[in-house]
Design a protein around this ligand. Structure first.
Ligand code: GLN
Length: 291
């Protein structure tokens, strides 16, 4: 009789195979095995290394070998300390997007924002993170994808947050009807160039509609940014995520709409978000106020 493989042996074998498709093969293997056992990764490492490896592990490794992201396989992703459900209907929340939440905190040092809006909310990550900072605020999330909104709604419910969601598409006339004005607007719109060289994990698995935005990745900004002044309060701030090389181009679009821009960088020091405010104020000739 052969003894069943232990967790330790199964982790070694899986991380060897996953090295062909992943820079984080060992971590991937641990996360998938922990998921198959229904335990946390730290419990796996502390308590289960000598247990028999569960039968459910092998199919998860096969999925990862097809480049499916870990977050879709296990159905969860952490964002700003929130444990969120994700599905292939939504972009997987990135750590880089936490830059917007940090910037939002800095934008409201005294009076908290009373109304929050997340444009293209996807999993609800940005909206729910902002709501975790300002639980008394009225929070709205919109998305054109009903499947994405269902994920956001489920995340709000499981976190006990009373955010409101609506199907809306900023490319369609009348989508702002009845929304009113907001003190804080968050948006991580699609901004990737159509022909960008993305990892297969992203290009083959994440929703194209949340990623790509024309030849230069700016199509959604061109449509959305000029509509922002109609959605903002005086003193409000619209924080939009940008690709690292897009700050000047998006600031110019904003200036054309009468909005000033302040740049925020991510932890890697790269341009990641612009805080747009009503009025051009003092700024350089690009309409661009670096910080
Ligand atoms: N940051 C994402 C990526 O580079 C893109 C997100 C987006 O287009 N909004 O994969």
């Amino acid at each position: 009789m052969t003894l069943p493989d232990t967790v330790a042996a199964a982790l070694r074998a899986a991380s060897d195979r996953l090295a062909a498709v992943s820079d984080t093969a060992r971590l991937d293997a641990e996360l998938l095995l922990a998921h198959a056992l229904g335990v946390t990764r730290s419990d796996l490492l502390l308590r289960h290394m000598r247990d028999p490896s569960p039968a459910g592990f092998a199919p998860l490794v096969e999925r990862r070998l097809q480049r499916e992201p870990i977050a879709y396989i296990i159905g969860r992703q952490e964002f700003y300390g929130l444990d969120l459900a994700v599905s292939p209907a939504v972009l997987i929340p990135r750590g880089d997007s936490e830059t917007l939440i940090e910037a939002a905190q800095g934008a409201f040092p005294a009076d908290p924002p009373a109304r929050l809006l997340d444009l293209g909310t996807g999993s609800g990550a940005l909206l729910l993170a902002a709501q975790s900072l300002w639980p008394a605020a009225e929070a709205w999330g919109i998305d054109r994808s009903p499947d994405a909104l269902a994920v956001a709604q489920a995340n709000a419910a499981s976190l006990g947050m009373g955010a409101q969601f609506r199907i809306a598409d900023w490319q369609q006339a009348g989508w702002t009807e009845g929304l009113g004005r907001f003190d804080l607007i968050l948006a991580n719109p699609p901004y990737v160039e159509d022909d960008a060289a993305l990892d297969a994990d992203v290009r083959d698995w994440e929703p194209a509609g949340a990623l790509f935005s024309g030849p230069d990745g700016l199509d959604d900004y061109r449509i959305l940014v000029p509509q922002l002044p109609g959605l903002m309060t005086q003193g409000g701030c619209a924080l939009v995520e940008i690709g690292w090389a897009q700050a000047d181009a998006v600031a110019a679009i904003a200036a054309g709409a009468g909005l000033s821009s302040q740049l925020h960088r991510d932890l890697g020091g790269r341009p990641r978000a612009l805080c747009l405010r009503l009025g051009l104020g003092k700024q350089d000739s690009n309409g661009y106020l670096p910080s």
